[in-house]
Design a binder for this molecule. Structure first.
Ligand SMILES: [Zn+2]
Length: 211
């Protein structure tokens, strides 16, 4: 992306709707997968233009895992993505508030919940449910948020398949939870915003979007 750097162009990003935002994420991820990242919006003049304000074109709710940095995965730079990261990309009140802030105050119109392969938080939830090893109370509280994604997964699946299944379902549940927040539901219903899910494949680098 080679947008000239000035405030008016930063303002133009404000006009990017959810469909266009999704296209930009997909294009950035394709560059990343192809090993041809542009590392846009990382220069000093762009950063300084952003002192006047931010208009990130997408909100990403992702996992804290050090191997899944959204800016790199989507080949974006400063001011492009409003990112909330928490282990297991779970939805709680603070996460919801952060998402609502971006939509209400920064006019961002796309939200993506991004899980990832080999998620440690999802794996820990599987382990905790099948073998209570006495995690700290705060960790258990987090795992309970992931637990609904684990329930009902066929036990005859391999461990890897169980984890993959749970990762996808955990994303779907987070999308559903966000979509049921009244302020967000109203905007989804009126077509003002979109909330989508995706799973990042750590091996290929590709983000597979979920319908
Ligand atoms: Zn994770």
């Amino acid at each position: 992306m080679t947008l000239p750097v000035n405030t008016s162009n930063a303002q133009k990003k404000n006009a990017i709707d959810a469909i266009e935002a999704l296209k930009q994420l997909q294009a950035g991820n394709a560059r990343f997968v192809a090993d041809r990242p542009r590392h846009p919006h990382a220069k000093t003049d762009w950063r300084q233009a952003l002192e006047k304000g931010q208009h990130p074109f997408a909100v990403v709710l992702g996992c804290s895992d050090s191997r899944v940095p959204p800016e790199l995965i989507f080949d974006q730079g400063f001011g492009d993505l409003f990112i909330v990261r928490v282990a297991g990309n779970v939805v709680d009140v603070d996460v919801t508030a952060s998402v609502e802030y971006a939509i209400d105050h920064l006019d961002t119109q796309l939200v993506i919940v991004m899980g990832h392969s080999n998620c440690g938080a999802v794996t820990a939830t599987l382990d905790h449910l099948s073998n209570d090893e006495g995690e700290p109370a705060e960790v258990v509280s987090l795992l309970y948020r992931i637990e609904p994604a684990i329930v009902g997964i066929p036990k005859n699946l391999s461990r890897q398949k169980q984890i993959a299944h749970a990762v996808k379902r955990n994303v779907e549940l987070a999308v559903r939870r966000l979509s049921h927040v009244p302020d967000l539901r109203r905007r989804v219903t009126t077509g003002k915003i979109k909330i989508v899910g995706g799973v990042y494949d750590m091996h290929t680098g590709k983000v597979n979007f979920i319908d």
